[in-house]
Structures are given as structure tokens and as C-alpha cells.
Design a protein around this ligand. Sequence first.
Ligand code: BAL
Ligand code: ZN
Length: 900
Amino acid sequence: NQAVYLRDYTPPAYTIDTVDLYVDLHEDHAMVTGTLNIQAAKAEAKADLWLHGESLELVSVTINGTRLTEQDFRIDENGMLITHRTEMAQPFVLETVSRIRPQDNTRLEGLYRSKNLFCTQCEAEGFRSITWFLDRPDVMATYRCTIEADREKYPVLLSNGNLIGEEPVGENRHRAIWEDPFRKPSYLFALVAGTLDRVEDSFTTMSGRNIDLHIYVDPGNSGKCRHALDSLKKAMRWDEERYGREYDLDLFNIVAVDDFNMGAMENKSLNIFNSSCVLADTATASDASFDRVESIVAHEYFHNWSGNRVTCRDWFQLSLKEGFTVYRDACFSADMHSPVVNRIEHVRFLRTAQFAEDAGPMAHAVRPESYMEISNFYTLTIYEKGAEVVRMIHLLLGDELFRRGSDLYFDRFDGQAVTTEDFVACMEEVSDRDLSQFKLWYSQAGTPCVKVKDHYNAKTGEYRLTIRQHIPDTPGQTGKQPMHFPFCIGLVSDDGKDFEARVASESTATASVSDGHGLMIELRETEETVVFKDIAHKPVVSLNRGFSAPVRVEYDYDTTELLHLMQYDSDGFNRWNAGQILALSLFDRVLGRASAGENSQGGSAIDEADMGFLQEYATALKQYLKPGSTSRQDPAFCALLLQMPEFSAWIERLPQVDIQLALGCYEQATLEVCSQLEQSARQCYDELGAHADIGQREKGAALRALRNTCLGVLSRLPGHDELAWQHFDAAKLMTDQLAGFRALLRYPRSQSSRPAQAIEAFEHQWQQDSLVMDNWFGLQAASRDYGTLEDIERLSEHRLFSRFNPNKLRSLFSTFAGQNWACFHATDGAGYRFIRKTIAELDQNNPQIASRMATPLTRWRKYAEPYSSLLKAELSALAKPVEGTEISKDLYEIVYKSLQ
Ligand code: BAL
Ligand code: ZN
């Protein structure tokens, strides 16, 4: 299990110009003939030729028609080394014939079967288990692919590019020939064969070309493609308008597959999707699923330029395409819906999950220095933090220069495999700015902490901010340098408006007026001072508006200031964030007392001072709920304003968490807040129930978000199980049914029979729909009362569960380990043991899924005893697989690094 290092990058000794694949599919094997036109980078170098190849049974290999013998090459488990021959100094043709076994491929990498469908997943390194190849992204070639298969069983045969021929083969078989004129790396290759229904649409590009859009789905699912097609067309138009990028082929295909490790894959012109990320109709998909489909369809489409036309030189550059494309899809979704809601949702996810990753044993830079298994680096840091880095560049440059920079990037590097340095260089060139310090965002891991102190001089009217930044040590990186980033702020006056403040010349930092977020200060030094003059009274400072930089901010707000920001901050994000800070400090207070032993017996141990604080917070929330309030005018935003931080978001900020103690405090505090809100929430719930649009899929989504948030508030309190049942039972849309179900599962068996009734009714209603049943497994797995270890064991034997389907594995096991804090973290360690055994077993089939599932175990340092030792013991057990089994490279890297 050797690590690969960025510093060792060398260009390939050989390039491959054209690839001709013949894939002959049978029930128990496939024969793959690969014909490659190869040439040496330097003819005189006389290098041996290394070709990646895994799980391939070699039948023959020839060069320029001469069959090689065993003396001419050496094969190991990673590939084949062909000794240099004279004919390799000139362009030559290499042909390999191999046998592979897609039906036994449970890893779901390379060519595999998902039920009766053959499909592929090549990113990052799956192509090498289809054929011998220089399987690295800087080897770009044009591809022709011929697929042969049984005509009746596999009437649909697809690959990248254009269909250039179809013909029968003998009596029962047929073949299709596809040609992709665009050079691409092997990770973008795709192939599909099966019986599929096709749903069609078309799109006219900005230059007037007609593009056929096809979505292929399992027979019977055609009715669930409309939303994905509409989303695709919106994304195509948006990319033309915002980035000037037009689609480049005449055909764009999407195929939905049930067994898929990822959400979706951007293969050139043949996107393959996890069916959960493409299928949606009003009966079976929640509003959240509709939004997810829209954003993933857009994401994969946007990759056609940011990833496919311009790709990565090596996998250390993964964020070049992923960070940029997440940023593009986030902007798209913001344009399609509410920008503030979209921003909050992204940041909530980033702060909870990516910050935790950045503080954990797998912390790595946006451009990592090394990896053992690249599949482990499809992380929140590469994707989400990478997107924040691009967002910061956009903020620093402004709209016009950012667009000029992206135009330059796409034009200059079209058809090439490049680096994050190349991307930033384009941004520097168009803006004439020096971004060399900014580039530390790509090389330094860890979340910067920004501490802000202020001083107001009432006599002189001077307001002074001192801003210190610190980047914590992470594995392998200490003593980091200060970063350059935009830090948007506002000074909010007593009347709720922003002071028209200008940064005085004695400030160390520069500032400009930002687009919609007040003043944008550019921070560069460990400590900066920002001075404002003529400020009539002490302002309430609103920091990091719009979450302009992905940093933790520390500033000692008092309650009145936060309540002021909750009410008046002109920046919607910070209006929401002020409420979050208040809620987090409420949890901190309650935990502080509990840790000091003041309420260790449980019960109503929130003392009077905490209660006063809690009531002030709850009163502010009630203002949001008042009919006619401004927040009610944007119901989706209002719903977010009302939602308290998740338990995971809170404890991410804490050191050495005693999980059950903290969970008790969290539940106690949320229960108290919800009981303060009971009347207002019920009133709002009833009012919205009568709204004319509440049942409309698109028009009513925001109203439902608020109404279901109210139901969530009520369901934390005793006595609303009947309401939750009615909500569940009367639901016409999946969003409402799931909200009712989630609410019901908050009531223990001892309090209500309705949850058990709902579990049964839901199963009865949806047993034919595997994707809907994923929710059924997932919501139980997250439940304290219905997701006990015994429940999880029982559900894992359910007839609709499958240990080979990643969606099911995630719904049940990953949800249990990642979201069921009460049961997974039981102090007897039984939850940990169960998940460890499950991971070890899964690792034999699907290492990618197994290694992801191990993430909750890796956080052992964060927890107090006994959690810490128990988790560590399970990790150590994983490192020693039982006799007759081996640990995968994927899982080994995670286990090894987290035990360091
Ligand atoms: N490239 C892997 C799937 C995605 O990020 O689009
Ligand atoms: Zn992507």
C-alpha cells in the first residue's frame, strides 16, 4: 500500500492517440480487444511501456501484428510492463485481448452488471479493469467503441460520442459502433448495454444547433424523467449565458442505474446516474430530491467543459474540475431558486461535514500532496471547500474579471489536462492581480480560525477591528502561513441599517464594496487592523457576510447584539447565522452545567439564567413566525431561520465530547425551545395547511418547507403524534409523507402506536419502489427508538434490503453510524462492533463503500471515554482482517491514517 506523491509527477513516456475497443458481452464473461495507437514521447528515450491492468485475464498481446511472448513482458497485479523494442521508437499499434467477468464485479468499478444491465464506472481508475491502458488523466485519446451483445437481452448499446453503425451479428446478436471525436482521458469512457426505455427531448444551442437529449431508464420508469430533462435544458441554457459554454456533440445521453457507488458520472456525452439522482415524480420524490436531481444533472452537464474539455493533469488536481463544477452548480441552483436558502444549505453542510474532515485524521489540502487510494479523495474538501476557493476568487475579482478568467481558462486549455495552478494563472492574468498567497488555499489543509476583537471610542467616533487568523496544524502540516481571503462585513447601527462606513487609511487591510455583502476586506496578514471613522455609536458588527470565506469566526457577541442581527442584518445569511450562534451558545451553556455536575440526573435542569436566555432566543424565533412578518414572505428562508443547528453541527465545534451527555443536553434544550414555540408553530402549521398552493409541487415547495418545519417543532413535544399521523396519512406528496413519518418516529412505542402503524403502512404502500424504500430504511436507521441495534440487524435481513446495493447500504448502515447518535454511540460499544463487522464484510465486495462507511469510526480522538477507546479498538480490529480475507487499499488508508 504505497503512497503516490504529487512531487513525483512526471509526464507519461508514451501517449495514446486513438483507442479502438471491441467489447463482446456474454452472460458469464466479456472479451475485450483494445487496439491502441501509441507513440513514445521521446523516441530516443527507449523506455519500457507500462500499461495499467487489473483483474484482466490476458489472452494475447501484439505489437504491429507481432504476437509477444512471455519473455517480452511481465505482468503483476497492477499491470503489464512491456520491454522496449525497436518498433516502439516509431508510432506503433498495440493490441490486447482480455477476458473479464463483469457479472462477478461487486466493486462497481470498471465494467459491471447492475441487475440485467451492463454499465461502467471508470473514474478514477476503473478503466484499467476493462483493458490494458495508460490509465491516467493526462493521456488523452479519441475513442471508437464497438459493443456486441445478445440482441433480445441487450437491445440498447451505448458508448460515448456518436453512433456510427449498428448491425446484426449472426442470428441472435448485434453490435453498435460509437465514435467520440473529442480527445478524452480514459476515466471518461462509458459503455451501457441492456433493456431500457428511452425518453426524448431536444435543445437548441445558442448557435442554433439541435441537440437530441435522451434519458434511458428501466422499463416502467419513463414517467419519472421529466424533471431531469427540464433540469438538463435549464443547465444547458445557463452555461451558455453565464459562461458562454455551448454543448459540443449532437447527442447527450443519461442512463439511470440502480447499483452505483457515486451520485452520477460525467462520462463524455453518456452520463451514468445513480437512479436516485435522476428519477423524480411528485408521488415518489420529495422536494429535496427534486432539488438534488436538478443540481446533479446540472453538475454532470457542467463537467462537459469543466472536467471533460479541460481535464486534470493528475488526480492531485481533482478539485480543478470538482471544486469548480460544484461552484458552478451551486450558482446555477441559486439562480433557479432562492440564493440565500441555497447559500445557507451549502454552508450548513460545509461547516458540519467538511470542517469535521478538516479537523480529523484524513485532513488534506484542496490539492493534496499524496494519497494511497484516490477513491478516498472524492471528499468534501476537494468538492465543497474546493468550490469555496473558486467562490473566493470570484469575490476577489468581481463578475466581469472572473468571467474573463474562466473564458481564458477554457479557451487556452481546451483539449488539455492541466492543473489548479493553470486555473489561477488565468485569473491572475485577466485581473493583473497577484494570487500567489491566495494559492495557499490549495496547499494548506485545515480550517482557518479568524478571531475578531473590536474597540469603539465614543469620543472620537472611531471603531477599530483587530482580526487575527490562525490555521491549525493538520496531519503532516504544521506552522502554516497566513492566507489571503475576502472577509465581507457590515456595521449595523441601532436603527438596523448599515453605517456607510469607509475604511480609514491607517488600516492595514484593503477594502472595497462587495457585491451585495457590504464591505469586502482583504485579509492577508496574521493580524490586521481595520479602522472606521465617524461612527455615531457602537455598531453591531456583522462578520463574514454571505460566508465570504470558509473560516471559523470567533467574536464575543452578547445576546442583545445577536438578537439585533437576527432581526436587522441586511445580509440574509448572517441574519440566519446570528440565530445559529445563539442556539449554539445555549447548547454550550447547558452542557457546561451538565459537565459541572449540575444537572447530571437529567430532568429539567436548565437553570433560571439559561431559561431567560432561551426565552429571548425563542421570542426572536416567534417573531419570524408571526403572520405578516417579513420572514414569512420567504417561507423557505423562514424555515431555515427556525431550524436549530443539528447535533452534529454543534459538537463539531467542541473538543472531547461525551456523546450521550451532550445529546441529553441538546435534546433538553431543543425540547424547551420547541415548547416555547408550540403555539406559534401550530398556528403557522394550520394557516399554511389552508394555503391554496400548499399541494402544488413547485409552487408549494417553500410553503411545505415551512409547514413541515413547524411539524418538526411540534413533534419534539409530547402529544402531537396524532397530528403527525394525520399529516402522514393525508399526504399527497412524498415531502409531506416523509415529514409526517419523520415526526412520528420521534414518539417512542411506549407513547404512541402510530409510529409502528406508519412503518407498516409505508412499507405496504411503497414496497414496489426501491428508491422510496431507501427513505423507509434511512429514517428508521436514524431514529433513537426505531433504529436500535436490534432494529438495524432485523432491517438488514429485510427482503427488500440488499448488501450489494450502495443506496441500501448507505440508507441503513451509514445512516445508523452517521446520524443515530443515541444508538450507534451506545456506551457498551455494541453499535461500533456491529458497524466494524459490517465494514469488514463489505470490504470484501465493495471497498469504496466500506471505506466511506468507516468515517464515523475515524473520529475517535474527538470523543471522551469510553467512546474514544472503544472506537479505536474497532479501528485496530479492522486493521487485522480475519484469516482468509484481506483489507482493501481503500479501507487500509482510512484505518491506517486514523490510527496514526
Ligand atoms: N466525477 C465524479 C462524479 C462527479 O463529481 O460528478
Ligand atoms: Zn463532479
